[in-house]
Write a protein that binds this ligand. Structure first.
Ligand code: ZN
Length: 130
């Protein structure tokens, strides 16, 4: 049982995280520009406003926007988590359980890169057993 991830493994995680950050940033930007466009269309300042009014039914539009904002909040949180994970790779605490000090399995780190605890350790902490 290893106590730490090797430099090569950490690099692999880092690349994966950076790639995810890029993807998420792109998605957020796409949606952001969508929201900005429809806001501009509503105030009538956009040259595309006639097109937009024809394309979007008002009710669906506000529902869509609400959905987009929820999505963006979630994506921004996710981005922050990924940044935290990068910090932990830099300071060497990445993948090490804060509770038992042992290595957290690779699959879990891939799924939740900013995690600092084993599932079991987290459960035990929640139950007040630690
Ligand atoms: Zn643990």
């Amino acid at each position: 049982m290893k106590a730490k991830y090797t430099k090569a493994e950490l690099n692999r995680f880092k690349n994966l995280i950076l790639k995810k950050m890029e993807e998420v940033t792109r998605e957020v930007n796409d949606i952001q520009s969508g929201i900005t466009n429809s806001d501009a269309a509503k105030s009538g300042t956009s040259p595309d406003s006639i097109y937009s009014v024809h394309m979007a039914d008002a009710g669906t539009d506000s529902h869509e926007r609400e959905k987009n904002y929820l999505f963006m909040t979630r994506e921004n949180n996710y981005l922050q988590n990924l940044e935290t994970a990068l910090d932990r790779i830099e300071d060497g605490s990445f993948g090490i359980c804060k509770i038992c000090g042992k290595l957290i399995e690779e699959e879990r780190m891939m799924e939740v890169p900013n995690t600092t605890k084993h599932v079991e350790c987290k459960e035990r902490e929640k139950l007040g057993l630690i």
